[in-house]
Design a protein around this ligand. Structure first.
Ligand code: PA5
Length: 448
């Protein structure tokens, strides 16, 4: 694996023999993942996904994209949670922010929908689509989630008006369960081109299935390289559970030790705006996997140096219940050098000749030292370059460590029972059939 982890700046906050203490628990949890004997073992399909995804399947994905690209300049990706964040994380990290071409090839504009229920957003999206050639990718494992189902209904109606019922069918791709759910029923009836989300892979572990791969390939991401990177990580992280030889075990062990010592908030920090959505994906992965039974680290995220002018104050001097993990990219894709200015009115000539990357990297070093001085343990995750290959490694690394952490905490990292609470209230308030009793109860409660 090319990704490295540095935990020395956090271990100084913990007893010297912490690895020795935690190794038996890590061994047990590593074994539970590989032998599929832990909680939620039916959802461990992601563990073998990279090695079991064939090149033939990836070619099929690329072929499917070619067809869609010929039809559409704009692709709407409809989904929420694990059916949304993985694709967005990788697209934002790897595709250029100000250009519609990747490696000389024109790529469609990717727009997201169904990841919230804001009417204005969706109304404006429909207006925008009036003048566009577009297609839809609708993603939902359960096929019944309210947010994407509503967005799909709105967009499908618009699409059918524009292209007719028959014409619209070839512009819709469904990614859903093999056999169950309303989306599967619709896809079968309307004969949409469909892709299957494997039964044993849950939403937040699904970025390396068609859920992530299809939107990524459409956006010009090299999905073969992404899977290749994930395969490297799979090989290495399965090989041994020894904390010092397995970066995922090291990350899981240090997180667990810090949590046990009272650090119950982890702040994942980046210095590269393209990684903003990777942090959003990580927050969802860890928040939904660990936060249950009144346990778990609260996953938070910051974009530096932007947030050094806001949340940086809290990290430096607020309550000491947090630790920080810094994502670093060693080598940038470009070199942008600060020019000398004869008048030097801004006083910045001391930086002339230095690259933006160098300055950003030194800001990171300075910040880490300041946070350490402020009592914040700091972990570092270092990526040599920001490529599909390294991102594939990082995704698998985070998934593996997350499952380990869930097992170390004693929870099932693959379910999300808490998500049902808001849905129950919302359905009761909206008068969904079957929720009559809950509706009466909630209305009485609101009158009190
Ligand atoms: O990680 C998860 O399982 C969830 O975040 C789901 O991905 C999310 O709720 C969307 O579910 P679905 O794909 O069934 O619409």
């Amino acid at each position: 694996m090319d990704i490295r982890i540095q935990t020395s700046k956090a271990r100084t906050f913990l007893p010297g023999d912490i690895w020795k203490t935690l190794q038996p628990a890590v061994d047990r949890c590593h074994r539970d993942i590989l032998s599929r004997t832990g909680k939620g073992a039916d959802f461990l399909g992601w563990v073998d996904l990279p090695s079991s995804t064939s090149d033939h399947f990836l070619e099929e994905i690329n072929e499917g994209c070619k067809r869609l690209r010929e039809l559409a300049d704009v692709i709407i990706v409809i989904g929420i949670g694990g059916s949304y964040l993985g694709a967005r994380a990788v697209i934002e990290a790897l595709t250029p922010p100000f250009s519609a071409t990747v490696k000389g090839q024109k790529i469609p504009q990717i727009i997201y929908a169904g990841h919230h229920m804001d009417g204005d957003y969706h109304a404006r999206l429909l207006q925008y689509l009036e003048g566009q050639e577009y297609a839809l990718i609708v993603i939902s494992k359960s096929g019944t989630t309210t947010e994407p189902a509503l967005a799909f209904r709105l967009l499908k109606t618009h699409l059918e008006k524009k292209y007719g019922i028959k014409g619209s069918r070839r512009r819709i791709i469904a990614i859903t369960d093999r056999a169950r759910g309303a989306l599967k029923t619709m896809a079968d009836r309307e004969q949409y081109k469909s892709y299957v989300i494997p039964d044993d892979v849950g939403g937040r572990y699904s970025v390396l299935t068609p859920v992530g791969l299809l939107p990524l390939a459409l956006a010009g991401v090299d999905v073969k390289q992404l899977i290749q990177g994930a395969r490297k990580a799979e090989q290495e992280l399965k090989r041994t559970a020894e904390i010092e030889k397995n970066p995922a075990c090291e990350y899981a062990a240090i997180r667990y030790a810090l949590y046990e010592s009272g650090k119950f908030v982890e702040v994942l920090a980046n210095y590269h705006p393209g990684l903003h959505y990777l942090i959003e994906w990580w927050k969802q992965l860890y928040g939904e996997s660990e936060g249950k039974e009144f346990k778990g680290i609260f996953p938070a995220g910051v974009n530096f140096t932007t947030d050094l002018h806001s949340l940086g104050q809290y990290i430096q001097e607020g309550r000491r219940m947090l630790f920080e993990t810094v994502l670093t990219i060693e080598t940038p894709e470009t070199q942008l050098v600060i020019p000398r200015d004869e008048e030097n009115l801004d006083g910045m000539n001391f930086l002339a000749g230095k690259s933006m990357h160098e300055i950003n990297a030194l800001a990171s070093v300075g910040t880490t030292l300041a946070h350490l001085d402020g009592g914040v343990p700091v972990l570092e995750l270092i990526l040599p370059r920001l490529h599909a290959d390294t991102l594939g490694q990082l995704i698998y690394f985070f998934e593996f460590a997350c499952a380990l952490n869930g097992y170390m905490l004693g929870v099932n990292p693959f379910d999300q029972p808490g998500v049902e609470a808001y849905k129950k209230n919302m359905f009761a308030l909206l008068g969904k059939p079957g929720f009559e009793e809950e509706t009466n109860q909630i209305l009485q409660r609101l009158q009190q």
